[in-house]
Unconditional design. Structure first.
Length: 256
């Protein structure tokens, strides 16, 4: 069941989303060679709690950390721990906050120091594909338009789009309907409606799109061991288009 959000609810999601974005701003200062992903996660946890919110991932279906930190070949749901960040890594940090009962969900890929040209191109492609997908969001458009736009951009570059994980509705619950695939055909799928709130979060792989999940039942890696990158925003469908709810600052402060 898709829950259309009222303007008041969207503003509450925005406040949570803004905190999630500011948490990633804070995390950016931590991502340096020599720090462990566990140390980053502990500081993320404290930052979220110090701002009056709760990290949604902690304890969710048994997940043991306050963020997902996925390095290089880890596509998604990397569990923070002793792994040290190294020069040249791609570090994906996924943060979801619960503030006043509403969730905000966002992800960024951080390039650590001097990364390879291919790694940087991959990260840039993941971010651009996310924004191209978001640009399809509007009342009356089809969800398939989002995935089609992502595929049409990423695949001609020689990259692939992960099929196993999708975007999702966001609100009082962490994961709501609808599911938002990052591949698809234009004109296909559910029609978007004003008041829908969901994530657009493409995972773009350097090699093939296939992934496998490790024995911890969370960490998913590329089957070919090559790099993966991801960016994510939570967006609302408006009458005229879309509204990104996981920006660090209000649009006016960004010069938009």
């Amino acid at each position: 069941m898709i829950i259309l959000k009222s303007p008041e609810e969207i503003e509450k999601i925005r406040l949570s989303g803004r905190l999630a974005a500011r948490t990633l701003d804070f995390a950016a200062s931590l991502v340096q060679p020599g720090i462990s992903t566990g140390q980053i996660d502990r500081q993320i946890h404290d930052f979220i709690r110090d701002h009056g919110a709760v990290p949604a991932t902690l304890g969710y279906r048994g997940y043991p950390a306050s963020s997902c930190i996925s390095v290089n070949e880890v596509v998604v749901h990397g569990i923070p721990g002793p792994r040290l960040v190294e020069e040249g890594d791609l570090v994906k940090i996924d943060v979801t906050t619960i503030l006043n009962g509403y969730h905000g969900d966002t992800t960024r890929t951080f390039c650590v120091g001097r990364v390879s040209p291919k790694a940087r191109q991959l990260a840039e492609a993941a971010e651009k594909s996310m924004y191209l997908g978001i640009a399809q969001v509007r009342n009356g458009a089809r969800l398939g338009d989002i995935g089609a736009a992502i595929q049409e951009f990423a695949e001609p570059l020689g990259f692939s789009v992960v099929r196993d994980f999708v975007g999702h509705g966001v609100g009082r619950e962490f994961h709501e309907d609808p599911s938002v695939a990052h591949f698809g055909q234009r004109g296909r799928g559910l029609r978007m409606k004003t008041g829908m709130v969901f994530t657009v979060e493409p995972m773009i792989n350097e090699g093939g799109w296939m992934v496998r999940t490790l024995s911890d039942q969370w960490t998913s890696v590329t089957t070919d061991g090559r790099l993966s990158a991801q960016f994510e925003h939570t967006v609302a469908v408006t009458r005229d288009g879309y509204d990104i709810l996981t920006l660090s600052e209000p649009p006016s402060a960004l010069g938009e």
